[in-house]
Design a binder for this molecule. Structure first.
Ligand code: GLA
Length: 402
């Protein structure tokens, strides 16, 4: 962490010739459970991780935005007036590459729905570095958007609350980057609290934090990054979203949030097999999020029944099966990681994030950690898959100045 902050100060100074006026940072996230439920207005339970993006910001006395990073050897420049004049179609076409995440946020802050009037704000210099792995399903993009949104909100004194900043980041992702994603990643990055998960109702956008209790239980969250790269701006993600919308329309509801597990027999009669299975995943996944929250909190269960993180393994496993068999967004590497981790003693495991590649998570007792890591490494090698990157993450605080 200190390293990245130092890198940003050094990089900023090298590019712009003076030190930044301030540093802001925001984390990536792991989703504990609740996948592809956010854009169906359901429930999610992610947490912010101890991998962050840091942005250094300097004020200018003109109206230029100048953006550099460690991601590419280029300095991207645009005037605030040119940015504010972009229609959504223009923004999608003209903002591209890594800087679309940054400039997309500045552009979104100018939209009426965010009270945005960029006519009077000063230009800025920004320099960005990150240790959130890219393409691993840990929301490296939301970490950039959230760090930049918080920084711009502060330096431009816009007065937006964090839930609104999450929507700004989502808008940047949807319009400038062109990925039809939901609100989960930016919410986790902005609302995260150390040792807690963020329980978000994606309809009301009300968030609550839920203690994970991992330290007390002697367990950790192991990330298994398969190295299989994915992009949500193309293909599968949008198709799944469209199938959910089709299913909701056929069931006569505004969103799948309004379909419960008890409605599934009726859904099976109404829908074709593929659409039914997509709907079944979302509906059962919403219930699994609620069950996970109750189990972590130790409420809603019979007296004496298990609670806390040691008791959520089966819910994680069921979530993975649902994504593998019904939503069909897993890949062989993720299935292998999950299967082997559980065989080697993990309490539960599932792929995390949008799917089609990226990472799995496993909940592992500290005593079993190296056994699980070795088993996964060996299995990948036996199957001829590239070696995965495995590392432990801690639930961390969300975006902050410094
Ligand atoms: C990606 C999207 C999120 C969410 C997940 C799937 O991470 O950015 O909005 O839809 O996929 O749960």
């Amino acid at each position: 962490m200190t390293d990245i902050r130092d890198d940003v100060t050094i990089g900023f100074t090298a590019v712009f010739g003076h030190e930044p006026d301030g540093l802001w940072s925001a984390p990536g996230r792991v989703n504990l459970i609740g996948e592809h439920t956010d854009y169906n207005l359901g429930f999610v339970l992610p947490f912010a991780i101890d991998r962050r993006t840091v942005v250094g910001v300097g004020l200018r006395d003109d109206r230029m935005l100048r953006v550099a990073s460690t991601f590419a050897d280029e300095l991207v420049e645009i005037s605030l007036d040119a940015l504010a004049a972009l229609t959504p179609e223009d923004a999608g076409r003209e903002l591209s590459g890594w800087s679309a995440y940054v400039l997309g946020v500045a552009w979104a802050l100018g939209l009426d729905e965010f009270g945005g009037d960029l006519a009077a704000v000063p230009g800025l210099e920004l320099f960005i570095d990150s240790d959130v792995p890219v393409g691993a399903g840990l929301s490296s993009s939301a970490a950039i958007e959230s760090a930049v949104a918080l920084a711009l909100n502060d330096v431009w004194q816009l007065g937006l609350e964090r839930p609104a900043l999450a929507r700004v980041g989502q808008r940047a992702e949807n319009v400038a980057v062109g990925a039809p994603t939901g609100i989960m990643d930016q919410s986790a990055s902005l609302l995260g609290v150390r040792d807690h998960a963020v329980f978000l109702d994606c309809r009301s956008l009300e968030g609550q934090v839920v203690p994970l209790g991992l330290d007390e239980a002697g367990i950790v969250v192991l990330v298994i990054d398969t190295g299989v790269k994915h992009s949500h701006a193309t293909g599968g993600y949008g198709e799944r979203r469209a199938a959910c919308e089709r299913g909701a329309a056929a069931m006569g509801v505004e969103s799948l949030r309004d379909v419960s597990v008890a409605d599934l027999p009726r859904a099976r009669e109404l829908l074709d097999d593929v659409t039914y299975r997509r709907v079944a995943h979302v509906v059962t996944e919403n219930q699994r999020v609620l069950d996970t929250v109750d189990t972590l909190r130790g409420v809603g269960s019979d007296e004496g029944s298990p609670s806390g993180p040691l008791a959520i393994g089966e819910l994680l496993d069921a979530s993975h099966r649902s994504m593998r068999d019904d939503f069909e967004i897993s890949v062989p590497e993720l299935d292998l990681a999950v299967e082997v981790a559980v065989e080697a003693g993990a309490i539960g495991a599932r792929m995390t994030g949008g799917g089609f590649g990226g990472a799995a998570i496993a909940l592992v007792k500290l005593d079993d950690l190296s056994r699980v890591q070795v088993a996964v490494d060996n299995a990948f090698s036996e199957h001829g898959f590239s070696a995965p990157d495995t590392f432990v993450v801690r639930a961390s605080d969300g975006a902050a100045r410094n």
